[in-house]
Design a protein around this ligand. Structure first.
Ligand SMILES: [Mn+2]
Length: 413
């Protein structure tokens, strides 16, 4: 007997786009995207759904964001038997646990289940042996085992070093491997069991999607695929916003583009299981707007640029212009409703590479009142410094950021 399940991730409900016309709320796009997903769930007759983290963009989501998610759960509740959810780096564990209240109410009327697993549960499991991170159930004659490992903040991961009495120098990646070993130890794995692992991590070989939090895509957070593979039939990952598949490891990506770096297909993964053989299909979601970047260097002249703005009425547009570009009537560009961002690049040092040039411009226009933005710059800087030789030239600016950062932190404390 065969059955289906769906894997989705990185919803980031409540994420807004900053624009020169104010913050753009994307409630309608999220709403329509959920309608699309609900339709796919209904059509494909799924047994269960996996959501691998980052439900809400903010730790304190707005009422609208919460309403979107609760309505989604209610709408799919009768269509599937189980909904598995883990927390991602953007989620507040307590906020997600609160959703269990709705679950309890819904459970009164049926025996379907929503299982929400956060770091709090994982800690409890290893401390008190309660709240196990695995769930076993039967679908017809098939045994299914789901293992849920929520996002572990680096600093909090150190707690497990004490619990297991493992050496301090164990890496974040090794820690995941040890956790999985401990969890799997308790299971007698039957050959006929379909084994699925759900996690919110950055693998060493991924292709980043652009708007993942820079704090959590730092090298220390890298997990080696060899450390987590074991013999799972399907590994359902979240955290990276670009859909990708490495053997049996799947990132479904974010359900819609979250910033201008994410102009690529977004969707969910529909899986058909037949005798423990899984066939996966990426289904693209289309009810969101695209976030398009138009670069005057590429469009060559202003007339082409304007034509492209007009041709893409239903997209959000960012325009890149340069100090050496022909004199441009910026107000005329801003008047187009779909133009929401204009970036002007000023090249101070002609020998800088384009990447460093962009970075330098970002530093020049940086608003130091925003501590988080300062952090982001710092980490972006770290990433670029590895493959760029001209770091020396922007080091004074980096120093400026660090000084400012120190100043801000002192003020905050
Ligand atoms: Mn995410």
């Amino acid at each position: 007997m065969s059955f289906n399940f769906i894997h989705l991730s990185d919803l980031h409900l409540g994420k807004k786009i900053k624009s020169l016309k104010g913050d753009i709320d994307r409630y309608d796009e999220f709403y329509n995207t959920f309608k699309e997903i609900e339709y796919i769930i209904k059509q494909s007759k799924c047994e269960f759904i996996i959501v691998s983290g980052d439900i809400f963009h903010n730790k304190l989501p707005s009422l609208e964001a919460e309403e979107l998610f609760i309505n989604f759960l209610i709408n799919i509740y009768e269509l599937v038997n189980y909904i598995f959810i883990i927390s991602g780096n953007h989620d507040s564990d307590l906020k997600l646990k609160n959703l269990n209240t709705y679950n309890k109410i819904l459970n009164k009327f049926s025996n379907k289940k929503i299982i929400i697993y956060t770091f709090i549960d994982l800690e409890e499991y290893f401390n008190n042996n309660s709240n196990a991170p695995y769930f076993e159930f039967k679908i017809n004659d098939n045994n299914v085992l789901i293992i849920l490992v929520p996002f572990i903040e680096y600093r909090l991961g150190l707690k497990f070093h004490q619990i297991f009495d493992i050496e301090k120098e164990y890496s974040y990646s090794k820690l995941h491997s040890i956790l999985l070993n401990k969890i799997l130890q308790e299971k007698i794995l039957n050959k006929n069991t379909l084994k699925i692992l759900v996690m919110h991590v950055m693998l060493d070989e991924v292709n980043l999607g652009s708007s993942e939090s820079p704090l959590c895509t730092n090298d220390i957070y890298k997990v080696l695929s060899n450390d987590i593979v074991f013999d799972f039939n399907y590994i359902a990952l979240g955290h990276i916003h670009r859909y990708q598949k490495i053997n049996n490891i799947h990132y479904s990506g974010s359900i819609l583009p979250l910033d201008f770096g994410e102009d690529y297909p977004h969707g969910i993964i529909l899986n058909k299981v037949d005798h423990n053989l899984i066939t996966s299909e990426f289904i693209e979601l289309k009810s969101h707007k695209r976030l398009i970047t138009l670069d005057l260097k590429k469009t060559e002249n202003i007339n082409n640029l304007i034509k492209q703005i007009e041709d893409n009425k239903n997209s959000y547009i960012k325009i890149k212009i340069y100090d050496n570009s022909e004199s441009i009537d910026i107000q005329k560009l801003i008047n187009f409703e779909n133009v929401i961002k204009i970036e002007k690049f000023i090249k101070e040092d002609k020998n800088l590479s384009n990447q460093t040039y962009e970075l330098e411009n970002q530093i020049n226009t940086l608003d130091f009142s925003n501590v988080l933005q300062v952090y982001e710059m710092y980490y972006k800087e770290l990433k670029i410094s590895k493959n760029e030789k001209d770091l020396e030239k922007i080091k004074p600016k980096l120093k400026k950021i660090l000084n400012k950062l120190e100043e801000l932190i002192n003020k905050e404390i």
